[in-house]
Design a protein around this ligand. Structure first.
Ligand SMILES: *Cc1c(COP(=O)(O)O)cnc(C)c1O
Length: 442
């Protein structure tokens, strides 16, 4: 006897979910029942209750080309019939080799080696472990990592350590290893203090390098935009100054581009836009166009070379069961085809132009502050009852937007849009209209 009847109503499905599923980042004690999604096309999600939601967060920042893109779906189906999965030690396959070659060609300098894993946190975890072992293989112990205040790098133990100052990980404080933090020079439209903030950040970094000569394993940063911290943006100039400091100190620079990769910032990658060549780059969210979990940690060739030798202990003994899953890699190749087409790059520019015009209009509102824009990501602070994740305004805004058919998830009092690139101009304008209306009611 099956525990679950074979025909289920939507209410049955929601009851099963409520009974058996544990949702991420959710207090089940107070959360309303989850919305049952039946399907999605383009920027729209269709729910079981007949309602439609415009997906303005690209389903947690992963979806580049809209839902249900037929070219990516076809690539996955074709690959599934050819080779769905194969062990990635001793074996390789066409989509993994081609995707690695293609992504590295788009990255600057000798960022030529791809280590595959399957989500953003593991991509970061791998970068931290690679940095550690790189120094060890060179006969050094470097125990100091440096991260930026507010930075978020994922939910595994190393990634939590790097992101400890985000404040999300208090429950696990005792599990984490110490990481030094320096201020992040977050800036916004017409910010008169940006240079002073950048100088303060660089001074703090200098101090850490000076007090730990030859002991800083790596500096990790979310380049151009700290995502989960509240879409906090910095200038390309700052990243260039950061790179120079890291080079002078002889340490390693890790760019966590899990969110910023694949044209989110307007450049194909934040490192390309900023003109910086980091030593390690973490990519995940947009990598498969939002279809499948996959990630990569891309290393400069010089780092890879330090792991070569006759001895297994010099090798990077790390891996995951689904490393370089062929379906994910095939999706990644199909997504890159779409992304690199002139039409898609034009859409990215159009989204940025619409964001710019609408932000400038909203900036005059008394309850809007610190408007900011980077590529397809627009953000602002909503002035109301407090800041940060505990701000009451965030949940109220989210509910008001859902009510009006918009999927927007403010980060505390930070309201942002990060739409899939396929979004119709009229839909984007409609979303901004509704944002204006809702801000009016606060
Ligand atoms: C989302 C995110 C991560 C973690 O990725 P997961 O796939 O959720 O594990 C790491 N770094 C940044 C910058 C992110 O935005």
């Amino acid at each position: 006897m099956s525990k679950v009847p074979s025909t289920l109503s939507y209410d049955d499905l929601r009851a099963l979910d409520a009974r058996h599923v544990w949702h991420p980042f959710t207090q089940a004690g107070t959360a309303p029942p989850a919305i049952l999604a039946l399907g999605a096309r383009g920027a729209t999600i269709y729910a079981a209750d007949g309602r439609e939601y415009l997906d303005l967060v690209s389903s947690w920042w992963v979806n580049l080309h809209g839902h249900g893109n037929p070219a990516i779906a076809q690539a996955i189906a074709d690959q599934a019939l050819r080779l769905e999965q194969v062990i990635f030690a001793d074996f390789t396959h066409e989509p993994a080799a081609r995707l690695a070659a293609r992504v590295t060609r788009l990255l600057p300098g000798d960022l030529d080696r791809v280590f595959y894993s399957d989500n953003g946190s593991t991509a970061v975890e791998v970068s931290l472990k690679l940095a550690h072992q790189y120094w060890r293989n060179r006969g050094q112990h470097r125990g100091v990592y440096v991260a930026f205040e507010g930075g978020y790098h994922g939910d595994t133990a190393g990634a939590m350590s790097a992101g400890h100052s985000s404040g999300y990980f208090e429950q696990w404080r005792e599990m984490l290893f110490p990481v030094e933090t320096v201020p992040f020079p977050a800036t916004w439209d017409n910010d008169p203090e940006v240079e002073a903030k950048e100088q303060a950040a660089l001074d703090a970094l200098d101090l850490i390098f000076a007090s730990n000569p030859d002991h800083v394993a790596a500096v990790i940063v979310e380049p151009l935009i700290q995502g989960a911290a509240g879409m906090r943006m910095c200038r390309p100039q700052f990243l260039q100054a950061l790179e120079q400091r890291v080079r002078e100190a002889g340490s390693l620079l890790i760019f966590d581009e899990v969110m910023t990769g694949f044209s989110r910032t307007g450049g194909l990658f934040a490192c390309v836009k900023a003109g910086v060549t980091p030593d390690l780059v973490c990519l995940s969210k947009g990598l498969t166009g939002g279809f499948l979990p996959l990630s990569m940690t891309v290393a400069r060739e010089a780092i890879f070379q330090e792991f070569l030798g006759q001895d297994l202990s010099r090798a990077f003994l790390h891996g995951h069961s689904y490393t370089a899953n062929p379906l994910g890699c095939a999706a990644g190749l199909a997504s890159l085809d779409l992304l690199q087409a002139a039409e898609c790059q034009e859409r990215v520019r159009t989204i940025e132009a619409i964001h710019r015009a609408r932000l400038d209009k909203l900036a005059a509102r008394p309850n809007v502050a610190r408007t900011r824009l980077c590529g397809t990501i627009a953000a602002m602070d909503v002035i109301g009852d407090g800041e940060g994740y505990e701000a009451g305004v965030g949940p109220r805004l989210k509910a008001a937007f859902l009510e009006r058919g918009l999927l927007l998830r403010p980060l505390g009092n930070v309201l942002y849009m990060l739409p899939p690139y396929c979004i119709a101009e009229a839909d984007l304008h409609r979303a901004w209209d509704i944002v204006g209306e809702v801000l009016e009611t606060l």
